[in-house]
Design a protein around this ligand. Structure first.
Ligand code: PLP
Length: 399
């Protein structure tokens, strides 16, 4: 008996497995739509100009790399707060938000999950059905029982809002509800402002704890528009959690730049919450890394670089929308008669295409088009060169 003889093989990450299959495929026309990253019109991962300029400035005046404070770079945390809550917002003036730098959006979720687990170990967590595949595992590993609230309505190509609301209204007080602030991953379907208002009312009436995951701010309708839901929670006077990711919006995936913000009832509570978040960080990885957060703080804090970022982000958003429209047009031109309007209604990088697992497998085996078996495709990986082949293949399997 060796020390590890009882260790079972963990299941493969389904999306990484798909990537491996894609890499091994010898079809010269292959297209990878399984990814969760934005590619530019040439199919390349972009290095944003604002990032390159910020880095050039940093390289021109190199600095020694000491430990950061446990909660990260102060200017970075402040910039995150401004972006999420509005730089002039009353909540920030009142000192009622605790923000810590985190290792990507995932890190922000994990710090929040660990803090909530200590605060209320018996609480359940509700995630959307379906959700980003790591939500369930992350909250389960933090010690929670995780259930799902209804979200995707396959039949009507939209959201089962009545089902979602009923689940929230049946949840016990203190249940943690994980909500996608914008650009729902994987479906692409977002709530309307009026629906959010009802969610906010249910969270308030039932005493639930909202945890807003904002991994795509700026990819839906715009930075302020995508953050509007935060204002709705603030207006209701709720305490809540927001995780932020800059992986996509700055194309800084590998730098792991994110944050967690906790809205509290008073400045006094905020100081106490912050002290506990720091304990979570200290006992996990001590303090965060420097480079990515310094880049983001520099861009957000330098007016010229900030406008450049806003333009570059708008460019990504507009290109994704154009690809949605072009995909629908190409499918129609290829003879697909079904109503495909839902593709242009969806927001963000993904589309639940409505294709089933068998059709997705056919796309892979016959055409070298790789998407997830759930029917999710990454619209941000489409471009004018690969679109005709993708549309022709999709039309073939839809026939
Ligand atoms: N939350 C959602 C909904 C996501 O889609 C992602 C990334 O795909 C994340 C969180 C994680 O972001 P990060 O890569 O910054 O950890």
């Amino acid at each position: 008996m060796s020390l590890f003889s009882a260790v079972a093989m963990a299941p493969r990450d389904p999306i990484l497995g798909l990537n491996e299959q894609f890499n091994a495929d010898t079809n010269p026309a292959k297209v990878n739509l399984g990814v969760g990253v934005y590619y530019d019109e040439n199919g390349k991962l972009p290095l944003l100009r604002c990032v390159a300029e910020a880095e050039a400035g940093m390289q021109a005046a190199p600095k020694a790399r000491g430990y950061l404070p446990i909660d990260g770079i102060a200017a970075y945390d402040k910039a995150v707060q401004g972006l999420v809550f509005g730089a002039d917002s009353d909540i920030l003036k009142a000192g009622r938000v605790a923000t810590v730098q985190a290792i990507g959006g995932t890190g922000g979720l994990k710090i929040g999950a660990d803090f909530l687990q200590k605060l209320n170990p018996a609480a359940k967590v509700l995630i959307s059905d379906p959700s980003w595949e790591n939500h369930r595992a992350l909250f389960t590993n933090a010690g929670f029982t995780v259930d799902a609230y209804p979200y995707y309505d396959a039949e009507n190509r939209g959201i089962n809002f009545a089902g979602m609301l009923a689940a929230l209204n049946a949840a016990p007080a203190r249940t943690v509800v994980v909500l996608h602030a914008c650009c729902h991953n994987p479906t692409g379907y977002d709530l309307t402002a009026a629906q959010w208002e009802q969610v906010v009312a249910a969270v308030k009436a039932r005493g639930l704890v909202a945890f807003l995951d904002m991994a795509y701010q700026g990819f839906g309708e715009g930075i302020a528009e995508d953050g509007a839901v935060i204002q709705q929670f603030l207006a209701a006077g709720l305490d809540f959690f927001v995780s932020t990711s800059f992986s996509k919006s700055f194309s800084l995936y590998g730098e792991r730049v994110g944050a967690l913000s906790v809205v509290c009832a008073s400045a006094d509570e905020t100081a106490k919450v912050l002290s506990q978040l720091k304990i979570v960080i200290r006992t996990n990885y001590s303090n965060p890394p420097t480079h990515g957060a310094q880049v983001v703080a520099t861009v957000l804090g330098t007016p010229a670089l900030r406008s450049m970022w806003e333009e570059e982000l708008a460019g990504m958003r507009v290109r994704i929308k154009a690809m949605r429209g072009a995909l629908v047009a190409a499918l129609k031109a290829a003879g697909v008669t079904a109503d495909l309007e839902f593709v242009t209604r969806q927001k963000g990088m993904f589309s639940y295409s409505g294709l089933n697992a068998a059709q997705m497998q056919r796309l892979r085996s016959e055409f070298g088009i790789y998407g997830v078996d759930s029917g999710r495709i990454c619209v941000a990986a489409l471009n004018e060169k690969n679109l005709p082949a993708v549309a022709a293949a999709m039309a073939a399997v839809m026939r």
